[in-house]
Design a protein around this ligand. Sequence first.
Ligand code: PML
Length: 249
Amino acid sequence: MERYFSIKIRNSLEGKHISGSERIVKESEIQDTINYLYNRAKHKPADSINIKINQIKNPIINIKKTLKIKEYKFDSYSEANRFAIDLLNNITGIDKLRLENLIDLIHKGASSDGSNMRGAMVVDTKGNRLEFDKRKGVRTTEIDFKNREKIEKELIKKGFTKRTADALALTTKNLHHPDIIAEYCISDEPDYLTGYVSTKEFYNRLTPLKEKGNPKGGRIYFVKENTDIKNLYEYLTETPVLIEELDFD
Ligand code: PML
């Protein structure tokens, strides 16, 4: 049986993270994948490009379909956030003021020094934050599409972006966990204004969900009360997941 490898690329400038991505591929695809990722990375203003290749040892979970994409357009980011808060209030039961405060933190830089958290906040249905480290949060990794090229082409043909592909894969993995019931996300790219609220069934893509020019961004994972946080971290950071297809009605 062919072995699978995780390939992670990380670009930084003067010690500061700029961007990164990851792939899960068969051994025979490693060389092409590295070439592809390097060719993409070399146009960025980085002074360090780090490529890490590790054999996947944990059993891979295969998910048949992504969440279903639904699109919503708004006149302003405040209107979109009100919609997001209503949706999250319905699903989590957290009161709207608490949701507003949590979302506001993401828009202002949720780490203690006002910068972006590298990972996501984790919030239970009582509105309490559960991250082990509140400056860093938790990062979902070990995730890819089985046939990424085909999926990206399909998404781009329908007017979506490569960022959509990455975000859709990541949030599909998140929502597959029985304790995660919703996710809120805005990009940390100042001019990428589309964000999303995911639920167990839908990837609700909201435009604009942030103010133009704002370099702050991040994610909130909403979880059930009494979630085993250690088990959740293990799933998000160590369990490899491959997704097979997009789900379009
Ligand atoms: C989309 O285009 O569907 C939203 C993608 C959100 C991207 C978040 C990020 O930049 O990490």
